[in-house]
Ligand binder design. Sequence first.
Ligand code: ADP
Ligand code: MG
Length: 291
Amino acid sequence: ATPTSIMVGTGRAAEMGVLFRKGDALQRLTGVRTVAFDKTGTITEGRPDLTDLHLAPGFGRAQVLGLVAAAESASEHPIAAALMRAAAAEGLPPAQPEEFDPLPGYGLHARVAGHRVLVGAQRLMAREGIETAPLAEVEANLARRGRTAVFAAVDGQLAAVLAVSDPVKPTSRAAVAALHAQGLKVAMITGDKAETAEAIARETGIDTVVAGVLPDGKVEAVETLRNTGPVAFVGDGINDAPALASADVGVAIGTGTDIAIESADVVLMSGDLRGVVNAFAVSKATMGNIR
Ligand code: ADP
Ligand code: MG
């Protein structure tokens, strides 16, 4: 393609809300074999709501939800917003933790009203020596329904399993189908557990799931997918920035974090993943490779 046709192509893409920050990304897109998506905030809305709260014996709902919401008030994770909204909706007064340690990929540790509070994934509880067996089956069932279930522990004792549900964007399924129609492999990379991720993958028609990935692990997951050819990675979060930079083509959601946008080659003006399909269409047309 000539410099002029690349200019025309990036101009056409911009009219569709797809901004090419780097002209050569238009060319690199034509070689891509796999499109890998982040889950939360990319495939899903990124605005989960509390759907379930199962207590361990000896604990009360207001007590646990109050402690958990206070602990989460210092967190920026979408799960935190869900739990704080739920506590407010149940009339619990907002409270702040005395101490707060975010544990990326695991959850958090906090001190609230003198209590030691842990909220997070099974691997956090395992690391802290908290027995989750009494609520493990409840957690597994919630995950199989596509919900993200987290455990809460208070003063070293398992207190509850809480689940949040993050709706899939209405257009995600159509975007995946359109990518498949072009012969591309479509993957999901997420820190969430396999059962939850697989339920979301079924709902959207995604064929390959890489789950349980720690924040540092997304680059490695992209590298593995590259064994079968060039990879485009699509994401919105701070955690996604390294993978956006290391993928053959990084695509950021324009409504996402600044660091994701700065790390990307292509930026979608809206959260609609059909923008990725448009990016491929323009790239093929520009490179004279229309199928
Ligand atoms: P993702 O972006 O897929 O949510 P993260 O690495 O941010 O991946 O989190 C992985 C897992 O760690 C979450 O699915 C959840 O189980 C747990 N987790 C992380 N942050 C929190 C938090 N603030 N509250 C509760 N659980 C959390
Ligand atoms: Mg995300």
